[in-house]
Design a protein around this ligand. Structure first.
Ligand code: PEP
Length: 241
């Protein structure tokens, strides 16, 4: 089961000290039941990978530029650069970036560049509240999958994160019966190549109780609650207790 921390634009070098608790906790997982991945801001990828070197916790990035080659793109980094400083995973298509203007075509280029660089892509999809109210969820997800993963052959190597936009940072989560249906729809769409499908959106140690029995979910992408080691550990403990 995956537990992926999306730190967004939070954290500095001092924040890394707080991870000792999580490192200690990860060592209790003798049966390798869970996989922990931290996706900090780019500034922390290198120091975090160094700190986690002798642990089973891995590091990822939160976005990249779509160009495989270096170039005059002020303020950007590409997937090769992220790999070079220690990232093994790459979140793409996050709704915060879609809302900032990233479209399916651009995300598709990024997915290709991430795969080419040897990163494991965490591909985020999800509907807005308006789309949900208009009963467009499946239509939106189908479009995001079709266009965002166009020409991607080894889809089984991806991780899909279903993150309803209306759920991110709001404290709202889908009804378990709706989530079961949506995850099943996503898995069907991806057919026999089906990758792991995670849920993300307001997961915390309370909401996770409503999600933990949904066996089709392969893990969680966690934003806010992942910045506090205790809250992050509590979520994992709730799953296994
Ligand atoms: C996210 O941003 O990917 C996310 C799931 O955020 P939160 O857990 O804070 O809703």
């Amino acid at each position: 089961m995956y537990f992926i921390a999306n730190w967004k634009m939070f954290g500095d070098l001092r924040t890394l000290n707080s991870l000792d608790k999580v490192i200690k906790f990860s060592k209790t997982d003798k049966k390798k039941k869970f996989k922990l991945i931290y996706c900090p801001p780019n500034t922390l990828i290198r120091p975090l990978s160094k700190r986690l070197k002798k642990t089973k916790i891995e590091v990822g990035a939160q976005n990249c530029h779509e160009s495989d080659n270096p170039g005059a793109y002020t303020g950007h980094v590409n997937s090769k650069m992220l790999k070079n400083v220690g990232a093994k995973y790459l979140i793409l298509g996050h709704s915060e970036n879609r809302q900032a203007g990233e479209n399916d075509k651009l995300i598709n280029l990024k997915v290709k560049s991430g795969i080419k660089a040897g990163l494991k892509v965490i591909f985020c999809i999800g509907e807005t509240l308006k789309e949900k109210k208009n009963k467009k969820t499946n239509q939106v997800l189908a479009r995001q999958i079709k266009r965002g993963l166009k020409s991607i052959k080894k889809k089984s190597k991806l991780i899909i994160a279903y993150e309803p936009v209306w759920s991110i940072g709001t404290g709202l989560i889908p009804k378990p019966e709706d989530l079961i249906k949506t995850v099943s729809f996503i898995k069907k769409k991806l057919g026999k190549t089906s990758p792991k499908v995670l849920y993300g959106g307001s997961v915390n140690s309370v909401s996770v109780s409503q999600l933990k029995d949904i066996s089709s979910i392969d893990g969680f992408l966690i934003g806010g609650a992942s910045q506090d080691p205790k809250k992050f550990i509590d979520i994992i403990k709730k799953i296994y207790n």
